[in-house]
Each structure stands twice: as structure tokens, then as C-alpha cells.
Design a protein around this ligand. Structure first.
Ligand SMILES: O=C(O)C(=O)C[C@H](CCCc1ccccc1)C(=O)O
Ligand SMILES: [Zn+2]
Length: 332
């Protein structure tokens, strides 16, 4: 990690059995930023003023006063992990009959005031909360004003330069100190803009797929790693031992480029107070099949093969045997 900054120290990180490189930290005017983004490589970008209008103003208190009085989406967890799951896949026909999925978190709607109160009164053993909600025009006029003052020129320039698809959403994340979003990948380009507090982000390239063992695509935890970083099961997931990753700490004003299909684990530093982030998710650009294919394109191909096989076989248990029959001794 870069020299310990006065704002945080590594004792505020959770301990994992990983050796990680540092993600480059570069000023937005540095030409190396575009060299990295061009290659779908992560980079921490400073000085962009992307969310400056919020960095100066957004605190939990400000949000409480200015996010309108209606309810907001909050996830509740009995531990520090908030492993995302797709509710639509819990009862899908391909999920094995009778195999119960027990959601690790529950989604509730609450007023920001109640959310803030619970954060301020939290003590060890209490359930943790994580507010996660798409910003939209119904957020109250002050918030909308701050939102309109984001440096849209900066993100639009990146979107055009790299031929990304449309901006799909800006999600507001307000986390308790110590909250963890376990390792997963998204199928969108992401400019991850930090507004308040510090988050440690651990990233792994798409070619680490074999070391991170994602749940099957029909599973509610599709796109999430099956590995519990707190207690890795090296018998079930032996390749995790050799995983190669990189990390950085994002602070107020920093923007982390999380390239599409890159794995990321995100934690709000312990004893660092609440954190506030807004992300900018963009659809992928057009796929031009140039050879050799890029690693993230191979992940996308594997997803499509998996989906097609599940659709036609109907029984997840038959996917392994069919692929083994097709490949062993013939393609391997
Ligand atoms: O911006 C990103 O992509 C992140 O992963 C930010 C992460 C929360 C993400 C929650 C989530 C995970 C999977 C699907 C949909 C939503 C954090 O900052 O804790
Ligand atoms: Zn993500």
C-alpha cells in the first residue's frame, strides 16, 4: 500500500491471506490514466472533481436533512458481510428442487433519520445496515442540485473515448464503518466516486476466474465468489491460494475505475465512521471480436454457454457430466 496516510492506517483493514499489488494512483491529467483505461485496467484517479459538489457537503446529517422524507432501501446483515443476491433467481425453475437458499441479508425500507439513528447507536453484536439506492429525481431538490453539479464533462469524456454504452445508474452507497461487500464482478463499466470516509478496494482481473470460483449463473449469488475471504476453504477452492490481485484505498474526491468483469471486494475501514459513495455504472460498449479475445470476453462466453446448457438440460446436475464428456480426452 502507498505510504500510510494520516487519514487512515492499515490496522483499519480486515486481514486476508492475500498478497496484493498497489493499483496506480494518478492525477486525472496524467496521460497514463487513459493508457490504463484503454486496456481495461483499474486506476485510481485523483483531482477529477467528479463529485466535488457532494464531497464538500454530503454527511449523514446532510443526507438526513435533504434526502426527502420517504423510505430508502437499506440492507440488514447479522455480520459485516453484505453478499448481494438476485431475488429473481431464488425461485427460478433451474434452482435445484428443494435446495433452500437462505438469504444472508434482508432488504428493508426506512427513513434516513432512522438509518442514521441506528448507525449512531450501533454497538458490537447489533445487526449492521447498508443503504444502497439509485439516485433519481425524487431525491429532494438540494440533492438533485448537488447531483447536477457533478463534473459530468469528466465522465462523458471517458464514456465517449472508450465507446461505453449508456449510463445505467448512479447508486448511492452509505455504509457503516467495517461493512464489507464480498468479492464479485459486474457486467458494467464503473467509475466509483468516493464522497466521505475511506474504502479499501481489492480487485482481481477477469483471468482470475478459476481462482475465485463464482456461483453458477442460475444461483441467486450469480457473479459473486463462493469463497468466504474471512475463512477460505482451500480444500474446496485450492486455486484461491494462488490468486493475484491489487488494492487501493479510496478517500473523499478519489475516483476508482473498476473495469467491466473485474472482481472487486469493498470494505469500509473499521473505526473510520460512515462512508458515502456514488458509482457511475455504464453498459458495455459494442463487442468487436478481435483475436486474441480478451479475458473478460471469455467470461462472457462461458456465461452464455452455461445459460444455454441450463436452459436445455433443465437440471444443473447434468451440466458437469455433459461438459466433461465433451472435453475430457478430446479438448484437454
Ligand atoms: O459499485 C460497485 O460495483 C460495488 O460493488 C460497490 C459496493 C456495493 C455493491 C452492491 C452490489 C453488489 C453486486 C450487485 C449489485 C450491487 C460497495 O461499495 O460496497
Ligand atoms: Zn460491484
Amino acid at each position: 500500500m502507498s505510504a500510510e496516510k494520516s487519514e487512515w492506517e492499515s490496522s483499519q483493514f480486515r486481514k486476508y491471506d492475500l498478497n496484493l499489488e498497489e493499483i496506480p494512483r494518478l492525477h486525472c491529467d496524467d496521460p497514463r490514466v487513459d493508457e490504463l483505461m484503454q486496456k481495461n485496467q483499474p486506476v485510481l484517479i485523483t483531482g477529477s472533481n467528479l463529485v466535488k459538489s457532494a464531497v464538500d457537503k454530503w454527511t449523514l446529517d446532510y443526507l438526513e436533512k435533504n434526502l426527502d422524507k420517504s423510505n430508502h432501501t437499506v440492507f440488514v446483515s447479522r455480520n459485516h458481510k453484505f453478499k448481494y443476491f438476485d431475488e429473481k433467481k431464488i425461485y427460478s425453475k433451474t434452482s435445484p428442487k428443494g435446495v433452500e437458499f437462505s438469504p444472508p441479508t434482508k432488504r428493508v425500507e426506512m427513513k434516513v433519520a432512522d438509518f442514521a439513528k441506528k448507525l449512531n447507536e450501533w454497538k458490537r453484536g447489533d445487526e449492521r445496515l447498508y443503504l444502497q439506492e439509485s439516485l433519481n429525481s425524487s431525491m429532494g431538490s438540494t440533492i438533485v442540485e448537488d447531483f447536477l453539479k457533478f463534473n459530468w464533462q469528466f465522465v462523458t469524456e471517458k464514456k465517449n473515448k472508450y465507446h461505453w454504452g449508456e449510463l445505467t445508474s448512479n447508486v448511492l452507497f452509505v455504509a457503516m464503518e467495517g461493512n464489507v461487500t464480498p468479492c464479485h464482478y459486474d457486467e458494467q463499466q464503473n467509475l466509483f466516486a468516493q464522497i466521505a470516509g475511506y474504502k479499501r478496494c481489492i480487485l482481481f482481473a477477469p483471468d482470475q476466474f478459476e481462482c475465485l470460483y463464482p456461483h453458477p449463473v442460475y444461483h441467486p449469488h450469480d457473479r459473486q465468489s463462493m469463497i468466504d475471504f474471512d475463512r477460505p476453504d482451500y480444500t474446496k477452492y485450492p486455486k484461491f491460494k494462488n490468486v493475484k490481485g491489487c488494492e487501493t484505498v479510496v478517500g473523499p474526491g478519489d475516483v476508482l475505475y473498476i473495469p467491466i468483469y473485474w472482481w472487486h471486494h469493498v470494505e469500509s475501514l473499521m473505526r473510520g465512521g460512515p462512508t458515502i459513495t456514488v458509482n457511475f455504472w455504464y453498459k458495455a460498449g459494442p463487442t468487436n471480436l478481435e483475436y486474441p479475445l480478451q479475458d473478460h470476453q471469455k467470461v462472457s462466453i462461458m456465461r452464455n454457454v452455461e445459460k444455454m446448457l441450463l436452459e436445455v438440460l433443465q437440471e444443473p446436475k447434468e451440466v458437469g457430466p455433459l461438459l466433461r464428456t465433451m472435453v475430457l480426452g478430446r479438448y484437454s
